[in-house]
Every structure is written in C-alpha cells, then in structure tokens.
Design a protein around this ligand. Structure first.
Ligand SMILES: [Zn+2]
Length: 66
C-alpha cells in the first residue's frame, strides 16, 4: 500500500466529497486520529489515521513550511 504524505494544515481531496458539494478538506489535527474540516461548509470530522489514509485521494495544497 502506498504511503501518502500529508501534514497539518494541508488541503486534501477525499475519495468521496462532502454532501455539501465541496471536496477539499483542511487537516486541522494530527494524531492517532486525524481531524479534517470541510472547506465548503466548515463541518469537521475525525477519522482514525488508517481510515484517513484509505479515504484520502491526494493533497491539493501543501501547507507552507514554517
Ligand atoms: Zn461540507
């Protein structure tokens, strides 16, 4: 299985978009669980890391390195 690179504050696309019509999510918390927030409606969801890895399609916008 391919390991995907992603980090805090990256904007990612999931395999399934949100019902609101958007498919861009910002990673707002990284840990054993990953919390992402929909860029369309600001709804946030928490996913176990393994599930996030499976459902994430690609990174759309890489967060600026600080
Ligand atoms: Zn949404």
């Amino acid at each position: 299985m391919e390991m995907k690179e992603f980090g805090l504050h990256d904007i990612v696309e999931m395999k399934k978009g949100h019902p609101c019509g958007a498919n861009a999510w910002k990673i707002i918390r990284m840990g054993a669980d990953i919390r992402i927030k929909c860029e369309g409606c600001q709804h946030s969801v928490m996913l176990p890391r393994a599930e996030f890895n499976k459902k994430m399609k690609k990174v759309l916008v890489k967060a600026e390195a600080e």
